[in-house]
Design a protein around this ligand. Sequence first.
Ligand SMILES: [Zn+2]
Length: 289
Amino acid sequence: MVSRELIARHCICCGSDQLRRSPAVLMPFIAHRVFGHEPVEITEEWGLRDLLPGMAYTLCSSLQCQHCGVLFLDYRFTEEQMAALYHGYRDEIYTRQRNHYEPGYAAIADHYQQREAYIRDVESWLAPHLPPRPVVLDWGGGSGLNTPFLYQGGKLHVHDISAVELMPGVERVNTSQLAAQRYDLIVCSQVLEHVPFPLDLIKQILPALHEQTLVYLEVPHEALMRENPGSLELAGLKRHWHEHVNFFTQQALHSLLDSTGLVLVDSHLLTIDLGWRQSQVMGVLARYP
Ligand SMILES: [Zn+2]
């Protein structure tokens, strides 16, 4: 049983209470947006007898499930906090505020305005499972810029909380319209690592599924997880948290599928060479039994 705990005491994927814990800091940009916290220097003038002077940042914990291996931030943000964090995601004000805490961010922000080249490889991997010109719903797909099968002849819907302008030809759908459409594919890419309750999010998608619909879930395979395969000792190595609040393992993704009654059809790991850095994504394809 996975419940909505605002400071997690159970695994967010499998519900286990076997968690390893280690202290960490929430990066100042996130702490500012979510809690209104700003880093502060504790000085002698504070007159606090039992505290040492020095910089204070928002403290949190890294938790790792000893059953499925998922590594995650203990804070689980409320809907209101999530809205504050992602308001105007990557727009001018967001970028300026983030650049204040993370000098250099603005310089790379332009990168996010272009379609990711690796989507082609995702499409090649998905295509054999799908009819030609698939009808696609992208859950959390923003403008549709990175939606697989964009401009390949099939209808393309996006469900997203942000009000960003959509790519030409992409349609927005709300939850009440979902069941009316027969989707060949529902994509939820690069979303689950941001959300406080991944299981709840997948459950929200379920009403849009028909018997033949495939669900593609994709998350980053974070460097720390890649470099320590199978390790359950990662909490102490994760000293800071940013917008990715969940670092998944394959087993954790499988636990999520199990908990929602979906079965695994196929899975892949895809290495992406961005030139300035190498990364990897982990994807699972699932359906109703
Ligand atoms: Zn777990």
